[in-house]
Ligand binder design. Structure first.
Ligand SMILES: *Cc1c(COP(=O)(O)O)cnc(C)c1O
Length: 434
């Protein structure tokens, strides 16, 4: 599932030695494996092949690096976008607008007009007011907007409360009880063309049955709408989870933990997911769209960081590193877990219980709490594993910390596909009042 492994005591990404790379580009830095991204995409696509007419629209909010988008566009991926800026980036990366779906609860009129003029495949509509807005914008532009309505199936998917979206208490989509009426309204608006129905139950879901349950719950509605309005597609959304614990697969477990330790992170294999959803999806007789984000890129990226200091209090040992929550916010935001792997395997197998923290002035600035890790000393470099999704894209310059570089590895070749920001970059667009 990914291309990070130890070879002779050194952590490698494909053919590239990460310690050597870190000394060249500096730390902190994000590193992505092209082989892993491509492999994940192909494996999912192959698992879903029995469906026939299908389109994988990569949810680029997970990782919007231009080179990552370009790589996936070349694989034939479509894109699930959530802003005008994302569509702009897709087009710059060589993606096609007519393979893009536009999601999100707060599309502005300007974004709608831009996406409409570029010819996107579908607006995935999240409210009745948005429907009216899209119709108005399309009428003004003399165009017809293709739409799908995001229907909330009210299924419970086991995941963190901040990334669950398929329950009726979430802000996303339109309730199953209202959906038919909203489609009727859509059909009456002259500048809309009903193209599909979309759903998305949440993120980092590690069990396949909730996806199938959502499809089954929506099936009667979908068939009714298909008969009435000639639906063309059904989108089952994204959300396929990945392994965060024991994510290093030299024998599928972190080398220093022994074998078998896989924590809560038993992965949802694409084949398992496909086996569960194919039958109910096939029964719809429509083109099927998938919107995976994390599954494609999550395990394909790491964040390299260096140990700066050690510090002890009567109750805790801290390891202070040069990356911060502004670079990778998942632990602070969702209690996200990232394995910690030294770039050079230490000679001792001793472990110590520490908090790994960053330099940012917030108590939430940590990467691990009370975690047993190999003994780390200043100058050691480590990888925070599985940082390819919702990593760099959520970064900020909080504490006036420049944005990190991103490196794309392909075989033996490492390319800096985004330069590290400089202090001068921090001033971009700012000016003093005259
Ligand atoms: C976030 C999101 C996705 C992608 O979710 P992942 O968990 O990264 O697969 C797909 N579709 C929609 C509508 C989303 O909001």
């Amino acid at each position: 599932m990914h291309s990070f492994r130890y070879v002779d005591g050194s952590l490698k990404c494909e053919g590239v030695d990460l310690e050597k790379l870190a000394s060249e580009v500096g730390t902190p830095a994000y590193v992505y494996s092209a082989e892993t991204i491509r492999g994940n995409y192909r494996r999912l696509d192959e698992a879903l092949a029995p469906l026939g007419d299908r389109m994988i629209c990569y949810a680029m909010k997970a990782n919007g690096n231009l080179s990552v988008l370009n790589l996936l566009a070349k694989e034939g991926a479509g894109f699930d976008i959530v802003s005008g800026g994302e569509l702009f980036k897709v087009l710059k990366a060589g993606g096609r607008a007519d393979r893009c779906t536009f999601a999100g609860v707060g599309k502005t009129a300007a974004e709608i007009e831009y996406a409409l003029r570029q010819g996107i495949y579908s607006f995935n509509v999240e409210s009745e007011e948005e429907l009216e807005m899209i119709n108005a914008v399309a009428a003004k532009a003399g165009l017809v907007a293709p739409i799908a309505i995001r229907v909330n199936p009210d299924v419970d998917a086991p995941t963190h409360k901040y990334i669950s979206t398929g329950k009726s208490k979430n802000k996303f989509g339109i309730g199953l009880d209202r959906a038919a009426a909203v489609y009727e309204r859509a059909a009456s608006l002259p500048n809309l063309k009903i193209r599909g129905l979309q759903t998305h139950i949440g993120s980092q879901i590690l069990k396949a049955p909730p996806f199938a349950e959502a499809v089954r719950k929506l099936t009667p509605l979908v068939l009714e709408l298909k008969a009435k309005y000639g639906l063309e597609f059904f989108s089952v959304g994204g959300g396929v989870g990945i392994v965060y614990r024991g994510a290093l697969s030299s024998g599928d477990a972190a080398w220093w933990k022994g074998s078998g330790e896989n924590g809560e992170g038993d992965r949802l294999a694409p084949e398992t997911y496909a086996a569960e959803v194919i039958e109910p999806l096939k029964a719809l007789g429509l083109r099927i769209l998938f919107e995976p984000g994390r599954f494609i890129v999550g395990n394909a990226g790491v964040l390299l960081t260096s140990v700066l200091y050690r510090k002890s209090t009567p109750t805790k040992n801290f390891v202070i590193v040069d990356a911060g929550m502004n670079d990778l916010i998942r632990p602070a935001l969702y209690e996200g877990y990232h394995e910690i792997e030294p770039l050079k395997q230490p000679s001792s197998t001793d472990l110590e219980r520490v908090d790994v923290v960053g330099p940012v002035c917030e108590s939430g600035d940590f990467f691990a709490q009370d975690r047993e890790v190999p003994v780390l000393v200043p100058g050691d470099r480590i990888a925070l594993m599985s940082a390819g999704a919702y990593g760099f894209v959520m970064a900020s310059t909080y504490n006036a910390r420049p944005l990190l570089p991103e490196v794309l590895v392909e075989g033996d070749k490492a390319t800096i596909v985004r330069a590290r920001q400089t202090w001068d970059d921090l001033l971009l667009g700012e000016r003093l009042p005259t």
